[in-house]
Ligand binder design. Structure first.
Ligand SMILES: [Ca+2]
Ligand SMILES: [Ca+2]
Ligand SMILES: [Ca+2]
Length: 213
């Protein structure tokens, strides 16, 4: 697996968000919130997940309208009360009056076209060797060899440790990373990489190279 490509994209994303905000052409409030989070260094889904936890004052793993309002103001988004209420309703897709982490990330993650989702699904299917819809260490052992990994060669890390570290990249936004990666976590992770790549063909290439598809 190529460990370089995906991670070097985060700085690009931050700069891109800053440029777009400076242009000031976009009027959609959720889009602006995404840019605002990115430009403040909350790059990627992990950063967005961190923003969510900061907003969740009482630690309930959900955002009330009050927490959300305070969070939006802290982030520095220029929005009035009715803008914020409107955003809150759009985030709260199941309409239960609170925003959970999934609702938050699904709305805030950069949207992806079907060609990008297809290649992400291909990568996921390759890693999910037993096809049960989640990626575990056991799956990865069927797909990858760590024999050439420098830390394995030096005896610094065991095979399980290396594979677990790899998996945790995809779920570091989760409150309790468990080394089991769901499709949703995998898509969320690549949504942030995707946002820093303008060209569909290049995005496709990055994933094909990373996963030898
Ligand atoms: Ca809360
Ligand atoms: Ca909800
Ligand atoms: Ca599996």
């Amino acid at each position: 697996m190529n460990r370089q490509d995906p991670f070097s994209k985060e700085a690009e994303l931050k700069n891109k968000a800053r440029r777009e905000l400076a242009n000031g052409l976009e009027k959609d409030s959720i889009y602006k919130l995404r840019l605002q989070c990115f430009s403040r260094g909350a790059t990627g889904i992990l950063g967005l997940a961190r923003s969510f936890r900061v907003m969740d004052d009482d630690g309930s793993k959900t955002l009330s309208l009050e927490e959300f309002t305070k969070g939006i103001i802290d982030i520095g988004l220029d929005a009035n009360e009715s803008d914020i209420q409107d955003m809150f309703n759009r985030f709260d897709t199941d309409g239960n009056g609170t925003i959970n982490m999934t609702e938050f990330l699904m709305k805030l993650r950069p949207p992806m076209g079907s060609s990008r989702l297809n290649i992400i699904n291909k990568a996921f299917s390759k890693l999910d060797a037993n096809g049960d819809g989640q990626i575990t260490i056991a799956d990865l052992k069927n797909v990858y060899s760590v024999q050439d990994h420098p830390k394995y060669l030096s005896g610094e890390m065991t095979e399980d440790e290396i594979l677990l570290n790899f998996l945790k990249n995809f779920e570091a936004g989760a409150p309790n990373p468990d080394g089991v990666v769901t499709k949703e976590e995998f898509e969320n992770y690549y949504a942030s990489i995707s946002a820093s790549i303008d060209n569909d063909a290049y995005f496709d290439l990055v994933l094909r190279r990373a996963y030898k598809l």
